[in-house]
Design a protein around this ligand. Structure first.
Ligand SMILES: Nc1nc2c(c(=O)[nH]1)N[C@H]1C(S)=C(S)[C@@H](COP(=O)(O)OP(=O)(O)OC[C@H]3O[C@@H](n4cnc5c(=O)[nH]c(N)nc54)[C@H](O)[C@@H]3O)O[C@H]1N2
Ligand SMILES: Nc1nc2c(c(=O)[nH]1)N[C@H]1C(S)=C(S)[C@@H](COP(=O)(O)OP(=O)(O)OC[C@H]3O[C@@H](n4cnc5c(=O)[nH]c(N)nc54)[C@H](O)[C@@H]3O)O[C@H]1N2
Ligand code: SF4
Ligand SMILES: [Mo]
Length: 719
């Protein structure tokens, strides 16, 4: 029998609607859902690979226990007992903080995990929590925390209505948008230009987005904060500050004026590599456009001045009169009032014993995880739980982290691949695949340019003797409580009751209540029409509840006294450090990353449909830089940094700026003991064996992944 199931793709932030075509219980194909209210049929190549993921013979389907280098299948009951006992034993002997957790990126694409992870966090009671947040967008969230009163209240570019988009350190044509859920970015950018708008891209690489833009300017990696400071300064000196309706909401304008005063276009030009005239013309065009928005992502975030640059992006949008206004930067109104449902975000309740960085949202910098394990003393990490993460390939000096993981007393991984990280685990608890459980996107509706809630039914029932992420989190938490004894037994009983309801059913109940209480819901008046889970489930192709709408100051969290702090003191102080990086470019090459349309971080390389064709783990190098080193296309080169060295083939191009080299991340599948047969054939090398764990943005603790000084030499032997 054939049937089609409509749901969303969980692979990236675009959340496109897909149609999963089934024939006799097997997936025959996956296509874009033409009737999807958000994506209208658009998908990228990755969606079709969900079929490969579902069928991947390497995907783990039952718990595994490692003894030495051999893995053995065990039952769930035994697996939970061993996992809980191992973690509890370490905590009993060395304290709760001796067990750390690392959450990877797919965590935020998983309803059950998002709803029930707190249960496990409470059961573990550790302050050593790490995640991909500090390899990614923490600077932007820290800025939101300081300026708007919540790290979850994040401004999003109104790409559909803007007349001028300044894209700085983002490549939405390939990434499909990040902290901006807007499926089909290529069409949205095309429409921006068709309605007479302008796109300007600032990037050390002529990226795929730069290619569809009106203007592209190369920038020296890591210097965006200087460029943005100069642009903001121009607005002040040319009398272009417009706060419009936000005049009484915005505080600290004079402090910002002072903080940027010394960063004239002439002062910054040599360091950033953009002429003073160009800087002035960007400032003027931005200010003259009927509406304009500056959008910064990875390139402005994963750098030493990530927080300062992210702040200046907000400042530019605010002081140019483009905030909380159609076509500018706005706040979405998600169907769940996440800010009221979540406790307020906090910072600084404890500090990293390694970097001294303040905790933010309960987390410490992922870049410091290896050192937490290897550095003796109080609070040393001796056990680790990873959930949906592969920090060996995704965090700085991954090779050092890999060595450190090998020294742990105990490690548990909740993951369905035996990869570079999970191979170190003692126990792997694999959840079912994404098509085998229900989904609703809790996180990305916070960043959606249109409110487009979508319920995703499970395509397949849970196969016998398998568990969802939510089941695993609850049962592991129960095991930990039991292993603790005492009052822990009571908590374990409560968790068993939750298990009895079934995690999927419990998730639906929570979601329904939250939707009813949310901004589109019927509140406590069930007779009123409003968003409920039943209505949402009936809308097979999702819903479109409209574009972002002005919401300030009412939606600013109460704790921020409904004001915007334009000049958080920590940032103003950091402007001194910014001054210290002024100066001519060094002779070294600076290494940056690059994402590609057919890969997803480290975990898409085992999907045959996505790895066909040319080698992708290739260093992109400018012709002039290559010539100076007698390097030609196809040569094998050795790239070395302060922390390590790798060898990869090179491709010469004019699309990276002189002095810059670019390499994709997520590769390096050559280690023994992994079970990724397809990926191992395209192993490549990991850029994160070069990135430096000592280099972090001191304010947010975010890793510096871009602009790493490297030396590139031709290897004696060429490929
Ligand atoms: N196909 C694909 N899509 C993805 C992913 C993937 O792996 N593959 N990953 C997903 C994830 S987890 C995320 S977080 C998002 C990220 O989404 P984006 O941030 O849009 O993606 P990146 O490719 O990292 O874009 C960063 C851009 O910044 C540039 N850059 C690097 N350093 C600097 C700098 O110092 N200054 C400036 N101005 N630019 C700089 C790079 O050349 C690159 O073009 O993508 C998501 N989507
Ligand atoms: N040099 C450099 N490093 C980077 C980046 C960069 O641009 N350059 N990008 C950074 C960014 S933006 C990010 S987000 C991180 C990503 O870093 P990580 O999240 O650490 O790594 P991923 O490659 O996303 O690995 C995801 C893991 O989750 C597992 N998984 C997938 N789906 C599920 C699920 O439903 N449940 C469970 N339990 N497991 C699942 C996969 O098997 C895989 O092991 O990498 C960062 N690292
Ligand atoms: S852009 Fe591609 S990977 Fe991202 S949600 Fe859409 S189909 Fe999935
Ligand atoms: Mo990310």
């Amino acid at each position: 029998m054939s049937r089609v199931v409509y749901r969303t793709c969980i692979l990236c932030e675009a959340c496109c609607g897909i149609a999963v075509h089934l024939d006799g219980g097997r997936i025959s194909k996956i296509t874009g859902d033409e009737r999807d209210r958000a994506s209208r049929g658009y998908i990228c190549a990755k969606a079709a690979a969900l079929k490969d993921l579902h069928e991947d013979p390497d995907r783990l389907r039952y718990p595994m226990r490692r003894t030495g280098n051999t893995w053995q299948r065990i039952g769930w009951k035994e697996a939970f007992e061993l996992a809980a006992a191992g973690l509890a034993a370490v905590q009993r002997e060395h304290g709760n903080d001796a067990a750390a957790t690392y959450l990877g990126e797919p965590f935020v694409h998983n309803l059950g995990a998002l709803l029930f992870n707190d249960v496990l966090t409470a059961a573990l009671g550790t302050r050593k929590r790490f995640s991909a947040n500090s390899l990614d967008q923490f600077p932007k969230q820290l800025i939101s925390h300081w300026m708007y009163g919540s790290g979850l209240f994040v401004s999003v570019p109104d790409v559909d209505r803007t007349d001028y988009m300044l894209v700085i350190g983002a490549n939405p044509v390939v990434s499909n948008g990040s902290l901006m859920t807007a499926p089909d970015m290529p069409a949205r950018l095309r429409q921006l230009r068709e309605r007479g708008g302008k796109i300007v891209v600032i990037d050390p690489r002529r990226s795929e987005t730069a290619r569809v833009a009106d203007e592209h300017h190369f920038i020296r990696p890591g210097t965006d904060a200087l460029l943005l400071a100069a642009i903001v300064r121009c607005l002040f000196t040319e009398n272009r500050i417009r706060l419009r309706e936000l005049g009484s909401v915005v505080h600290g304008l004079e402090i910002v004026e002072k903080a940027v005063a010394e960063f004239t276009p002439e002062v910054v030009a040599a360091t950033v590599g953009i002429s003073p005239e160009t800087i002035r013309s960007i400032a003027r065009d931005f200010s003259d456009a009927p509406s304009a928005v500056c959008y910064g992502r990875m390139g402005t975030s994963t750098v030493s001045f990530g927080t300062t640059a992210s702040w200046l992006v907000e400042v530019l949008n605010i002081v140019s009169g483009n905030f909380d206004r159609a076509g500018g930067a706005m706040f979405p109104t998600p169907p769940l009032d996440v800010m009221r449902l979540q406790p307020p975000t906090e910072r600084g309740r404890w500090r990293s014993r390694i970097s001294g960085t303040a905790e933010f949202m309960g987390e410490l910098p992922a870049a410091t995880l290896a050192q937490e394990i290897t550095t003796p003393g109080d609070g040393r990490v001796r056990a680790l739980l990873t959930f949906a993460g592969n920090p060996v390939l995704s965090s700085p000096a991954g090779h050092q982290l890999s060595d450190a993981l090998g020294t742990l007393d105990f490690m548990v991984s909740i993951d369905f691949y035996l990869n570079e990280t999970t191979r170190h685990a003692d126990i792997i608890l694999p959840p079912v695949g994404p098509l085998e459980h229900e989904h609703f996107d809790l996180v990305f509706q916070l960043f959606a340019v249109r409110a487009t809630p979508h319920w995703s039914p499970a395509v397949f029932d849970l196969p016998p003797d398998t568990k969802s992420d939510a089941d695993i989190l609850i049962e592991l938490a129960a095991g930990l409580c039991r292993a603790r004894g005492g009052v822990g037994h009571l908590a374990a009983l409560a968790l068993r009751a939750l298990s009895g309801i079934g995690s999927a059913r419990a998730a639906r109940m929570v979601l329904d209540a939250a939707l009813r209480a949310g901004p589109y819901g019927n509140g406590l008046r069930p007779w009123r029409a409003g968003l409920t889970l039943r209505r949402l489930r009936a809308a097979e192709h999702g819903m479109d509840l409209g574009p972002m709408r002005p919401c300030l100051p009412d939606q600013l969290p109460e704790r921020a006294q409904r004001r915007i702090d334009l000049a958080p003191p920590e940032i103003v102080a950091d402007m001194l450090r910014l001054r210290s990086c002024l100066g001519p470019a060094s002779a070294e090459l600076l290494l940056i990353g690059m994402r590609e349309a057919r890969t997803l971080n480290s975990w898409s390389h085992n999907l045959p449909g996505l790895v066909t064709g040319h080698d992708r783990c290739v260093l992109h190098m400018n012709h002039a830089d290559a010539e100076a080193r007698s390097i030609s296309t196809g040569d094998l080169v050795r790239i070395s940094s302060r922390v390590g060295a790798i060898e990869v083939p090179v491709r010469l191009t004019d699309s990276v700026a002189q002095g810059v080299v670019a390499l994709p991340h997520g590769y390096g599948h050559g280690s023994d003991g992994i079970r990724l047969r397809v990926a191992a054939e395209h192993a490549g090398a990991s850029i994160n064996d070069l990135t430096d764990p000592a280099a972090i943005d001191p304010l947010s603790g975010n890793a510096v992944l871009s602009g790493v000084p490297v030396v590139v030499e031709r290897c004696a032997q060429t490929s």
